[in-house]
Design a protein around this ligand. Structure first.
Ligand SMILES: *[C@@H]1O[C@H](CO)[C@@H](O)[C@H](O)[C@H]1NC(C)=O
Ligand SMILES: *[C@@H]1O[C@H](CO)[C@@H](O)[C@H](O)[C@H]1NC(C)=O
Ligand SMILES: *[C@@H]1O[C@H](CO)[C@@H](O)[C@H](O)[C@H]1NC(C)=O
Ligand SMILES: *[C@@H]1O[C@H](CO)[C@@H](O)[C@H](O)[C@H]1NC(C)=O
Ligand SMILES: *[C@@H]1O[C@H](CO)[C@@H](O)[C@H](O)[C@H]1NC(C)=O
Ligand SMILES: *[C@@H]1O[C@H](CO)[C@@H](O)[C@H](O)[C@H]1NC(C)=O
Ligand SMILES: CC(=O)N[C@H]1CO[C@H](CO)[C@@H](O)[C@@H]1O
Length: 916
């Protein structure tokens, strides 16, 4: 062995500490992030245990304070293992056996507080990462004792209260993230003492007021993200000191005032996001000095003045979003000097003048949005030079002239919206090359001529809107045959189309077609005179009533109630397009008789349905209720649907009630999609009848199953528990995943349908309603007696806890095989501990038609009954939420063991809570 090497080894044996420091670096000049691992730990005797004994003790004390479910992931944290080998821990010192320097416990579902973690026992800690856990409570002020800490990440927890001022004592800090918590109060000025700070991320909290003046000293700052808080004051500090700043994100606050005119001094800035605030005044010209700028968003403020031409000097700019402001004057020609620009959004301002002539030189642009301004002149043919464009919107301006055929050169185009302008002449035929085009909206212009054949051949088109133009000619089935795209909506209303309505369209397409308000269109439907001899009948008696009421003029042809597929009114398309914005004005407002949605392989036709049930012959009726009857319609051998037909009202009041239920059901079912909620295919409303179309479920309702002794005997415990879980998931989805939340308000066994595998589907949304936080939720009583929550007797203020109560009743009914009314009332009237119910055994109430559950089934049943009792609490606030129920039911509960023979009902329920 070479001599130098020998020497080195000898030295190593004598001075292991020196060597290790050489290897891993001293804590003062190598970053020790959570990601760096200190490998190579070797057991080196008792002094190590002595050294970190205190640290280990502090950690164990913290572990024992955590929620019991968090502790298993920390099973290696026990005294039989050296602390340096514990999960998430790395030690410094010789052979990595010295003090703990890294504590990295990110994303381990730890639940608990930080109060039992004695930070002063971990004096050498360099990196602390507890992000993405479930820590709650405040950040203790003794965290300031971590005087060597450089990396602090507590993001994505539930920490609340204010940020402790003592954080300023940690003068070694380089990076802090406290993002995504519930921290409130102001940003402590003491943070300005952490002079080495490079990254400060406090986004997504509830911090108020402004950025402390002391921050001006942080001249190492590279990232400052304070987005999504409630900050109101812009930094008034000398921006000059932040010359290393790369990212400044103050978006989604409530900042007011003007953008500081010296913002251009942030010369290294690459990402500037001040969007979604209340900033006013003009955009400072100094912005042109930020030569490194890549992305800038000032969207959604109240900025006025012009789009500064100086922006053209930011040569690296890729992403410019100034949308939703009050910018006026014309778009500066200089903007096209930005040849790296990929996104340009100037929509929703007050810009006028023409589109810059040299806009085509922005050849890297993929997203161009100039919509909702007052731009005039023609659409520049040079737009066609921007071959990367995916999306163009010039909608709602005052553009004139023809649609330039050169647009076809934007071969990647997916979205083209030129609606709401004054464009004339015909639609260019050359659009056929746009194979990726998914949306083409040319509505509300003055386009004329025939609808070019090429439009039908666009391969990816989903939405085509040509309404409100002056298009003429007729549409043939041969046109429709060419459609190979997954079209979901075509709107041709308000044009001058003429000739025969092509009956083939609804049969060949999924989705919606609107033809109304085309004076020259006629139709050819069995039972009516064909087009050539007489115009299509447009009126029957009911219909006349409607026309008078809506004062519809004669220049529209409305296609007959009997074949509504052809004449879905514009309202529904309008509604579909505006679903987000105006849910409320939603359905059936403009024109109550002529609406439908069809989306079932495009194969369902009104006619087929009527034929399949022989005009609602009672032999196809499978159930009848107060406001509707359900029919089974076999459209083809493998296509069976359930058709729910509304009863005609006897008087105005019942008519209104029925219509309200109808609307409510449509509105709800078009919003929701869940495996435990019945699938909705469409609806139809004509003067003759209104009906809804659903998937057909082979096993009928839960109520039907439980009342039939033979069926019930084959209906096992695990299947019943599975049904309860399915309904819990459906309700959890409605309450917690829909926005606004939806209340079903009639959860009962008759409204739970079962498929062939006994998988549950919640149905009947006639009473459902959206829970709007800002409106009163008082209501009249709906629902089914025996399932309604007790508070509905004295208050009509509904909330989701009413559904929870009904769910509890339904659950007991599923387990008991009969409605639990007797059991519930015996509990309610005998609250004393010595009541008979208390001594009742679970076995006594279980469905006697099947053998008592054993093993796994027994523990599942016991748990389900326990959940049901908690749902039946007299006080709504004591009932769990559907989210807790759904999560509880899907997590396995092996802890609850026992047999129905031994378990007393009293053990499963806090009987006092079930009593008034
Ligand atoms: C200590 O941790 C080891 C490894 O995770 C485990 O096998 C052992 O059971 C634990 N000992 C105690 C007393 O918890
Ligand atoms: C911060 O939140 C806590 C509750 O988490 C509350 O008690 C306290 O008043 C709040 N402080 C401020 C300044 O809003
Ligand atoms: C800071 O900005 C102001 C105004 O734009 C300018 O006059 C000054 O020279 C800038 N200072 C530095 C250091 O860039
Ligand atoms: C700023 O923060 C918001 C919200 O936290 C985020 O959506 C946005 O992408 C950020 N902007 C930049 C430029 O990083
Ligand atoms: C911009 O708005 C401010 C008030 O926020 C106003 O004083 C100023 O005159 C406006 N400027 C223009 C050009 O409209
Ligand atoms: C910056 O803009 C580009 C181009 O529009 C975009 O892809 C990127 O996500 C943006 N980055 C940030 C941090 O906002
Ligand atoms: C040992 C030590 O520095 N203890 C300090 C820990 O933090 C608290 C609160 O900031 C101080 O009061 C202690 O002196």
């Amino acid at each position: 062995m070479a001599a130098p090497l020998k020497k080195l080894l000898a030295a190593l044996v004598r001075f292991p500490f020196v060597f290790l420091v050489l290897l891993v670096g001293s804590p003062n000049n190598s970053p020790a992030t959570g990601k760096t691992s200190f490998v190579g730990a070797v057991h080196s005797g008792d002094n190590r245990d002595m050294a970190i004994g205190k640290e280990a003790e502090a950690l164990l004390r913290w572990k024992s304070s955590l929620d019991s479910r968090s502790r298993p992931v920390l099973s290696s944290w026990n005294t039989s293992i050296p602390a340096c080998h514990w999960t998430g821990i790395s030690c410094g010192g010789p052979y990595s056996t010295g003090s703990i320097v890294v504590l990295n416990l990110a994303e381990l579902s730890l639940k608990g507080t930080l109060h039992n973690l004695d930070f002063s026992s971990l004096p050498k800690l360099v990196s602390l990462d507890l992000s993405r856990n479930m820590l709650f409570g405040t950040i203790p002020s003794n965290i300031g004792n971590l005087s060597h800490l450089r990396y602090l990440d507590l993001s994505q927890n539930y920490l609340s209260g204010s940020i402790p001022a003592s954080i300023g004592q940690m003068s070694s800090l380089l990076e802090i993230s406290l993002a995504n918590n519930e921290l409130n109060g102001t940003i402590p000025p003491e943070l300005g003492q952490c002079l080495l700070l490079r990254h400060l991320d406090l986004s997504c909290n509830k911090l108020t007021q402004g950025i402390p003046v002391e921050f001006s000293r942080l001249d190492n700052l590279q990232l400052l993200d304070l987005s999504r808080n409630s900050l109101s004051k812009l930094p008034l500090i000398s921006l000059r000191r932040w010359w290393r700043l790369v990212t400044l994100n103050l978006s989604q606050n409530v900042l007011f005032g003007t953008i500081p005119s010296n913002i251009g001094n942030l010369s290294h800035l690459r990402y500037l996001d001040l969007s979604n605030n209340h900033l006013s005044g003009s955009i400072p010209a100094s912005i042109g000095q930020m030569s490194s700028l890549l992305n800038i968003s000032l969207a959604n403020n109240e900025l006025n003045g012009t789009v500064p031409p100086e922006l053209g000097d930011c040569m690296s700019l890729q992403h410019l979003d100034l949308s939703c402001n009050k910018l006026s004057q014309s778009i500066p020609e200089d903007i096209s000097k930005l040849d790296n620009l990929q996104l340009l959004n100037l929509s929703q301002n007050m810009l006028f003048g023409t589109i810059p002539s040299n806009i085509g030189s922005l050849f890297k642009l993929y997203h161009l949005d100039l919509s909702h301004n007052y731009l005039s002149g023609s659409i520049r043919a040079s737009i066609g030079q921007m071959s990367h464009l995916l999306s163009i919107s010039l909608a709602n301006n005052e553009l004139t002239g023809a649609i330039p055929p050169g647009l076809r050169l934007c071969a990647n185009l997916q979205y083209l919206n030129l609606s709401g302008n004054m464009l004339t002449l015909s639609i260019p035929g050359e659009f056929s090359g746009l194979d990726d085009l998914q949306l083409l909206d040319l509505s509300r212009n003055s386009l004329s001529g025939y609808i070019s054949d090429t439009l039908w051949k666009l391969r990816s088109l989903k939405i085509l809107d040509l309404s409100h133009n002056m298009l003429s000619g007729s549409i043939m089935c041969t046109n429709v045959d060419q459609i190979k795209s997954p079209l979901s909506s075509i709107d041709l209303s308000y044009n001058r189309l003429e000739g025969l309505l092509p009956l083939c369209i609804p049969l060949r397409l999924d989705g919606i077609i609107v033809f109304s308000h085309n004076a020259g269109l006629c139709c050819d439907i069995a039972g009516f005179a064909p087009c050539k001899q007489a115009p299509c009948p447009t009126i029957d008696n009911d219909h006349k009533k409607w026309r008078n009421r809506e004062s519809v003029t004669t220049n529209m042809i409305v296609v007959i109630p009997v074949l509504i597929l052809l004449s879905m009114a514009f309202g529904i398309v309008y509604w579909l397009k505006n679903r987000k914005g105006s849910k409320e004005s939603a359905i059936l407002t403009s024109n109550e008789f002529l609406l439908a949605i069809w989306s079932y392989d495009g194969r369902i036709a009104y006619r087929k349905i009527i034929a399949a049930v022989e005009d609602f012959d009672s032999k196809y009726c499978i159930s009848a209720g107060a406001y509707a009857s359900v029919y089974k319609a076999e459209l083809a051998t493998d296509r069976v649907v359930a058709v729910k037909k509304l009863h005609a009202g006897h008087d105005d009041e019942s008519e209104t009630a029925t219509h309200k239920a109808f609307k409510s059901e449509i509105r709800t079912l078009t919003e929701v999609r869940h495996r435990n909620i019945v699938k909705f295919y469409g609806f139809c409303s004509t003067p003759r009848h209104s009906f809804l179309v659903y998937e057909f479920l082979g096993s009928g309702s839960l109520q039907g199953l439980l009342t039939d002794d033979d069926d019930a005997a084959g209906f096992g415990w695990l299947e019943r528990v599975n049904i309860v879980k399915g309904i819990a998931n459906a309700l959890c989805y409605l309450h917690h995943e829909c926005s606004p939340p939806i209340l079903h308000r009639d959860v009962s066994s008759k409204n739970v349908l079962l498929d062939d595998e006994y998988e549950a589907r919640l149905s009947d949304f006639g009473t459902a309603r959206f829970l709007k936080p800002d409106s009163s939720n008082w209501t009249t009583f709906v629902g089914t007696f025996g399932y309604a929550a007790p508070e509905l007797a004295y208050t009509m203020n509904v909330n989701e806890k009413c559904d929870v109560y009904s769910f509890g009743v339904l659950t007991l009914e599923t387990i008991m095989g009969r409605h639990p009314a007797d059991l519930i009332s015996s509990i309610s009237f005998s609250p004393s501990a010595s009541s008979s119910t208390d001594l009742l055994r679970l076995k006594d109430v279980l469905d006697p038609r099947i053998p008592s559950p054993r093993n796994e089934a027994a523990s599942e049943v016991i748990f389900v009954v326990k959940v049901a009792f908690s749902c039946l609490s007299y006080r709504p606030e004591f009932r769990p939420t559907m989210k807790q129920i759904s999560q509880g039911l899907s997590a396995r509960r092996l802890s609850l063991q026992g047999s129905p023979e031994e378990t007393e009902l009293g053990e499963l329920a806090d009987l006092r809570s079930l009593c008034p």
